[in-house]
Write a protein that binds this ligand. Sequence first.
Ligand SMILES: Cc1cc2nc3c(=O)[nH]c(=O)nc-3n(C[C@H](O)[C@H](O)[C@H](O)COP(=O)(O)OP(=O)(O)OC[C@H]3O[C@@H](n4cnc5c(N)ncnc54)[C@H](O)[C@@H]3O)c2cc1C
Length: 445
Amino acid sequence: MRSLLMRSPIAIAFFWIVAYVLIAVLPLFILLIYPPLGGRGFWVEFSVALGFIGLAMMALQFVITARINRIEASYGIDILLQFHRFTSIVAFVFVLVHPVMLFVVQPETLQLLNFFEAPLRARLAVLGTLAFIALVVTTIWRKPLRIPYEPWRLSHTILSVLALVLGLGHALLVGNYLGLFWKSVLWAAIAITALWLIVYVRLIKPWLMTRRPYLVEEVIPQRGDVWTLALRPWGHDGFKFQPGQFSWITLNITPLSMREHPFSMSSSGEHPERIEFGIKALGDFTSRIKDVKPGTKAYLDGPYGVFTVDRYHDTAGFVLIAGGIGITPMMSMLVTAAERGDDRPYLLIYASKAWDDITYREELENLKEKLNLTIVHVLREPPEDWSGETGYVDQELLDRYIPKFRGSRQYFICAAPRMMDQVERALHDLDVPVTNVHMEHFNLA
Ligand SMILES: Cc1cc2nc3c(=O)[nH]c(=O)nc-3n(C[C@H](O)[C@H](O)[C@H](O)COP(=O)(O)OP(=O)(O)OC[C@H]3O[C@@H](n4cnc5c(N)ncnc54)[C@H](O)[C@@H]3O)c2cc1C
């Protein structure tokens, strides 16, 4: 019974949430053992408690974003990052409310804002809070501020380390609750664990990846300005993956540079000896794929993700809804299913701009011979003689194709954000159970 519970994805996900809440508040309760003498009033103590919880939550962000397989496999990167954003904002509010409450209850503490005359503990608090504000502002408004992804990612790491270290420095120097040596050690250990995770993710893991290189075998043009990048493991066996999962790719530079990009595998999960990605030329990195030469060194960090049919072995069939480059994880699911001789029905609803832009058009057609596969192409700019579906994938279109017994299928959506939102809403209005709908967002930040 116990092992059954621990294997259920919902039980595991629940376990991690309970663990998160406990870890966020436990250090605070430990501080309350042998509390400092002399009460300072409820609101002061409450504001200090908020500060400590905010600090513990800041440290926990390093765990959430460390790509720890066990945690990632319970939720998927989308949900983890949403959780990261949400809990960061909560921590931010706690950290801001902490001094504001103090200023209201003890107005004389406002002098601590006089940076050049204030004691070091107050200066650390001001600098830490400024780092945290910069962190939040550059993340929420990265696109309007036109900060390119790579510099943003570097500054995100630096600012988060600064905010944590300065916050802890402030708490240690105030010393009220951390006056006892073992309490200081406990909080320092929390911060060191968080920083260790950064070192592991940014240095140790990339260094381990250098020992498992891949070589580019082929770069093949596809319809729709997409290029298939085929990689072969060099000196090792590669990795097995579940169709629909993704990896971080580093191409032609050391993984220590941390210039990596996430891409879904588009090939069969049964063939680790040749791993393919379908990459659409959209920006700096993706536009250069077409010029990559065979023999170029590559590194993969993966597989990651829970967007896979392999989590639903006992479902009666699948509905895959793709828009544009969102076809890549679906392609992997279909090729793998064909290889495995899966005889369950697959319905692919695939939105593209024009007939000639349909990435993997011929390959998909060929798969129909090996798989119980129905393909519905939806074209925004159809040719004159087109008798198929046109426009957008809306509720009316979905209603005509998805089975009447909605809960008999698992639904996978991968497309541009707007289409994903519309399809998700339409499926909801069509009474598809929310637990049967799975989404992969290609825009992480
Ligand atoms: C889980 C997942 C699977 C994906 N699968 C595919 C796929 O199969 N095929 C495909 O063509 N694209 C896929 N993408 C999208 C792909 O990662 C981005 O298009 C690519 O990283 C853009 O890089 P660029 O330098 O060419 O574009 P830019 O113009 O520099 O960036 C465009 C946007 O892409 C995102 N981005 C840029 N660099 C990174 C990075 N290093 N890490 C994360 N996001 C970044 C940012 O939101 C940025 O604003 C996937 C994304 C995710 C999250």
